[in-house]
Design a protein around this ligand. Sequence first.
Ligand code: IFM
Length: 724
Amino acid sequence: MNQRAWQISEAPFNPSKLHHAETIYSIGNGYMGVRATFEEGYAGELASTLIHGIFDQGVGELVPELVSLPNPLCLTISIDGEAFSMTSGKILGYSMTLDLQKALLTRSVLWQNDKGQIVTLNFERFASLNREHLLVQHISVRPLNSACKVTICASLDGSVTNEGVHHWKMLVVPDNLPSDHIGLHGITQQSGYGVAVVSSLHSSIGGNSVPGNADPIHPARTFTANLAREQQLVITRLTAIHTTRDNADPVTTANRTLDEAESTGYDSLFSEHCAEWKKYWYNSDIQIEGDELAQKALRFTTYHVLIAAPRHDEHVSIGAKTLSGPGYKGHVFWDTELFILPLLSVTQPKLARNLLMYRYHTLQGARNKAKEAGYEGAMYPWEATDTGEETTPRWTNPLPDGSRIRIWTGDNEQHISTDISYAIMLYWGWTGDAEFFVNYGAEIVLDTAVFWGSRAEYNTEKGRYELSQQIGPDEYHENVNNSVFTNSVVRWHLQTALDLLDWLKKSYPEQAATLTINLKLTTDRLEKWRDIIARMYIPRDEMRGVLEQFDGFFQLEPLNLDYWTPKIKNIDAIIGHEEIQKVGVIKQADVVMLMALLPDAVGDDAARLRNWKLYYPLADHGSSLSPSTHAWVAARLGQMDDAYDMFSHAATIDLEDNKGNVRDGIHAAAAGGLWEAAVFGFAGLRLDGDEFVLDPHLPDDWKSVQFRIFFRGKQRSIRLTAER
Ligand code: IFM
């Protein structure tokens, strides 16, 4: 097996890409995410360890965010009194590798200090997949050309903030720690979560342990050893993280987690972690012959989805930047349902179910939002956290001229309620998980349909239903009337709700009766849904046989995107927020998104191709969600050059930082979207009634593609080969 296709590596050290590397080399296990900052710490680094569900608003902040925990990685090393740093002395050798198969981050440095002493340093770390509270580090130091005194100080850094925002009401060294543990216990400012970060440290030379000295005040422990040439000092650090979301006494539980891990030992911890990863990769790996970039990119993106997906918690979900950075404050968007969930529904259904259950547990937040806006039913927040309440900020941060821009997505990007219902139907279609669907999923689909029934506006003059003041996927154009995407998916949603209620009445009459009473699914209400379906307005240009993205889209000024290419920024940042509303340039797949989700809503093949030819050239791909959807649709339409262009674009968003913002975290939707492009697009996998079908359009270089799927509880292996 080609091991390189399982690895991403950096060599030599590139300080100018520090933040990019911190994000893409992140490790995690669905409970925690740990950015790849270095143990010894560097000025300007963006250290962050994030845990699902630990949100806090902080003092004076407008919205909650995921809290950066005390840095559990810190470890300084000095050689005869000279601190090891990759910015001093001489780096004679360096490589950093993330092994995606084993989820192991390693770094090797051959370093010479100013006195000419040369040491080799090896760092390993992994977030245990089978013990989700456990982070493991293993470090070794070996002098090569002289004896030397090595001092290693391992500590916890409680001064970490969320880029300046403090989230701790209290952060102290707990008094119930065994002598070989160091730890911090904090309570978040506004949300009041208790969090314990506790490390145990063991050092040895040739199997003989080296005693450490505790710092009397700080959470730190120091080990000192006089090493002969070629003698190796090893330190194993185990860190346990627990919170009051897990149990009432996180410090005691962290001590227990460490005791269990210590008695298991490093080698066994690593081998059980690898064994667990093997199971996940068995289900989710895609093997491509003939295209190294695609192979590596798909493993890289799948890895990042898998390390972000909660394994044992159905009250949390994956934020737009996973647990790998501060972007979007850890908030959950439609990215999860339409871009990440398909991969999980088809290859890891248990993980998919957890994420859908999060939406069930936060239904109350959606009901509150609908009520506050004067509607019925459930309207999901555009951005959500642990509570399920709307948490989209209402204003941007001040711009250079001091002004701020109103953010309307929290008010008007309402299609998210249908996106969630779509994800439920997709999960149900692939898994056939009736227990979930009947007890939880159906209620979401129906109550969000209730919302739309109350939201749709009847235009008496024109005798049709409309939706005004919407934001479709193309967020360059805000508060538009009759977004084709939104109106079309709402029509689908209401029809789906009616069909599902009929099915429930036949198959689960008691559940149907309960939902009918609880959600007030009266005959009048259902009749209104039918009327909306029949008379929902979908803007189109009949002459040209194409959809009009929203009312007035065809009257917008044309903008020659080629003039601005290659762009250093998104087009809205170049021409400004006011101007972008006036031009016919699209931020991301919108009508094209509709073609991906509901191809029949756009028409037959010829109609889809006409719409593709109209809308593809207008897309700026200002959102990372855009290229993968374009690749998926282009492949379905047999537009293979465009499909591969878009696929390559999506594949490199994080690996090559082609948007320049990977510092803020992995683009989770682009990661899941790459799988969609490969499997739904190139392999052409889709549901067709009670079957699944494949309609492959493979890129020129792909000799074969191979993957596994779950369909209605059974795993199937698929291998497609190119006929060339
Ligand atoms: O959800 C997306 C949106 O579609 C485009 N802007 C970024 C959001 C978070 O990824």
